[in-house]
Design a protein around this ligand. Sequence first.
Ligand code: B4P
Length: 194
Amino acid sequence: MIVIIFGPPGSGKGTQCSLLAQKYNLKHISTGDLLRKEIREETEFGRKVKLFMAEGLLVPDELIIGMLMNDLDLADGHYGGILLDGFPRTIAQADALEKNLERRNKKTSVLIDLRVDNEELVNRLLLRGYEMGRMDDDLETIKKRLMVYGEKTFPVKEYYKNIDRYLPVDGNGEVEDIFKLICLELDKIQKLNT
Ligand code: B4P
C-alpha cells in the first residue's frame, strides 16, 4: 500500500500517521519531520529551509522533491508499504511522486483527506504552540499556513479525484474515532489487493 495522508495544518496528519504506520507496518515518511531534523542538525539544507518554514511558507518544490525521492527509493524492503505524511503539497510534487512510482511499476493506493473545521484547526495548532513551542504555531503564522494551504495544496485534491484515488474522512472529533474511520478504508483497500 502507498497511502497519502492529506489535510490542512493541524488536521492530525502526523498524529494519525504514527498510529497507522504501526498497525499496517508502513514506512512513515513525514516531510515536516525530515525538514525539522535538518534544521535541528544545522545542516546546509536545514539553513536553506528554516526561513520558509518559520514564515509559514512551503519549502520550494525542487528542494522537497530532491529530499524525498532519496527516501522513497530506500523505502522498499521489509515494510508493507509507504505512508506519506505532508507530501505531496503541490501539483508539481504530486506529479513528481506519481512519475517516480510509475518508473517502479507502482502507484498511490489512495489519498485520505482529513477534513477539519477551520476554527478547530487554529485551536489545535495554538495549543501545540503553547505546549511544544513549535516555531510556526503562533497565530499569525498559522493564518499564513492556512492561506498557503488553500492556494497551493488544496488543488492536489482535484489531481487525485481525477485519477480516482481520493477519499475524504471526517477529521473532527477524537483521535481514536478518526483512526477507526481511516482503518475501515485501508482494510477495504488491503482486501482488494490480496
Ligand atoms: P507539517 O509537519 O506537515 O505540519 P502540520 O501540517 O502542522 O502537521 P499535522 O497536520 O501533521 O498536525 P498534527 O497531527 O501534528 O509541516 C510543517 C511545515 O513544513 C509546513 O508548513 C511547510 O513549511 C513545511 N513542509 C512540510 N512538508 C512540505 C512539502 N511537502 N512541501 C513544502 N513544504 C513542506 O496535529 C496538530 C495538533 O493537533 C497536535 O498538537 C495534535 O496533538 C493535535 N491533534 C491531532 N489530532 C487531534 C484530534 N483529533 N483532536 C484534538 N487534537 C488533535
